[in-house]
Design a protein around this ligand. Structure first.
Ligand code: TRP
Length: 450
């Protein structure tokens, strides 16, 4: 093992980093579009309930295991076992998490590259370089390689700089910018004609849909992805947290911020879709469903910005800046999962580990770019639909069944001395042992069957 492990310098530093990880394309793109295709406010309600009832306890499992072990995901999980078999399974789950985190990063990098390309488009418009603008917004292997690699290097540069000087510093700088941009965009979009109709769809629930299985499955998957759960991201961030902080409280703040920003992003995206309709753009596909996939972000919204005249250039720039920042504070948290293990298990230092792993993951992105139709959706489904819920169950089992109850209590008590008599400690241990694994498995099997 080379050198001492880093640490977050403060509570705010941790909250910014963990919220930065959680708040990503999943919040600004995934949440509003899932809401739009699942009956508006009914989805929002179910999402919030599941986020606090299932995702928060699972987040706590990761934070507690991480801070207790003070190590990367593989060492942490194998270290919990008292028998060789549980140690072996722990290491296996850890490696599986590392592979899934790396694969999530490989497709996330491609999508983030698109965001950066679109960020450049308004700049070319101002400069009068129209051809360049068309190139930036037209799908091509060359464009995807250039901007994907740019984003990958940015991620590597931050992770190579360490916990405090990289992750914490950049999350603390970028998160306020993200919130500022989001709020400015909302204020602007809500003043446009058509916005109020979108706001109604977003805020008035169609209660008949609350029990729809598809809605529930989508909401749970979205909550897990949004809180970066399952692959060890939060476990590793927890391992950089001082014993003086209260884990249940910080976990609740992170869940709250994540839900709050997802909700706020809905106030932007859904009204924007209806403003686009008001301006004569098509917002439904041939099947009569609201356009939600890449064409929403890369066609409907850019056409909306175009229809806004001169202001549209700034709005478009601000929007893609928002997306790029959201992506960056999340991608660094994915890269930290394999890098922390490499630093702790090999003789390589942080910079060497970062570039070795970062370039390997970019090689996977490149493979996906060259075989896009074959691999892109496959990798997304394999990681987010199948692997994350299963890993989530395993992490709950490790916290609930493998980690000794005394150790759990000791860990949550550090930074929160009166925890033993709290509501949290009365229900959480039973929750991670039974309720979370069973409910996640039920939802998972439903989604397999559907
Ligand atoms: N939570 C981020 C989002 O909403 C994505 C993310 C970051 C993530 N780290 C992760 C997802 C780890 C799964 C696992 O976009």
């Amino acid at each position: 093992m080379s050198g001492a492990r880093g640490q977050f310098s403060s509570k705010t530093g941790f909250v910014m980093a963990a919220a930065g990880s959680a708040v990503g394309l999943g919040n600004i793109w995934g949440f509003p579009t899932q809401t739009a295709s699942n009956g508006g406010a009914a989805f929002v309600m179910v999402y919030f309930i599941l986020a606090f009832l299932l995702a928060y306890p699972a987040l706590m499992a990761e934070l507690i295991i991480g801070r207790h072990a003070n190590a990367n995901v593989v060492s942490a999980l194998s270290g919990l076992g008292r028998k060789p078999l549980t140690r072996f399974i722990g290491a296996g789950v850890g490696y599986y998490g590392i592979i899934v985190a790396s694969l999530i990063l490989s497709f996330y990098t491609i999508v983030a590259g698109w965001m950066i390309a679109y960020l450049g488009e308004p700049v070319t418009a101002v400069l009068g370089a129209e051809e360049a603008g068309t190139w930036l917004t037209t799908d091509s292997v060359t464009r995807n390689l250039i901007f994907g690699s740019g984003f990958a290097f940015l991620t590597m540069w931050i992770i190579g700089s360490g916990i405090e000087n990289g992750i914490e510093r950049w999350s603390t700088r970028l998160m306020p910018v993200l919130i500022g941009l989001l709020l400015c965009l909302i204020v602007y979009v809500l003043t446009q004609d058509g916005a109020m109709e979108g706001l109604k769809v977003y805020l008035l629930p169609d209660l008949s849909r609350v029990t729809d299985p598809k809605l529930i499955i989508d909401a749970l998957g979205q909550a897990f992805f949004s809180l970066s759960l399952g692959v060890g991201t939060m476990l590793v961030y927890g391992s950089y947290l001082s014993k003086e902080e209260s884990l249940p409280r910080l976990g609740a703040i992170v869940t709250f911020v994540d839900c709050g920003i997802a909700f706020t992003a809905g106030l932007l995206i859904i009204p924007a879709i209806y403003v686009a309709q008001h301006n004569g753009l098509t917002i439904y596909n041939d099947a009569g469903e609201l356009i939600a996939g890449p064409s929403l972000i890369f066609q409907v919204l850019p056409s909306l910005f175009d229809s806004m005249g001169a202001a549209g250039t700034f709005v478009g720039f601000a929007f893609f800046a928002l997306m790029s920042i959201a992506a960056l504070t999340s991608s660094i948290s994915m890269l930290e999962v394999p890098v922390s293990m490499t630093v702790e298990k090999t003789k390589l230092n942080r910079k060497q580990s970062t570039y070795l792993i970062g370039l390997t993951i970019f090689a996977i992105s490149t493979t996906i770019i060259f075989n896009f139709d074959l691999l892109f959706t496959f990798v997304i489904d394999f990681t987010t639909k199948y692997s994350e819920p299963l890993l989530g169950v395993m992490l709950c089992i490790f916290a609930g069944w493998v980690m000794h109850r005394d150790k759990l209590l000791a860990e949550v008590s550090a930074g929160h001395p009166d925890i033993e008599n709290s509501f949290f400690w009365k229900i959480w241990p039973t929750y991670v042992r039974f309720v979370c694994p069973v409910l996640i498995l039920i939802t998972f099997s439903q989604s397999m069957a559907g």
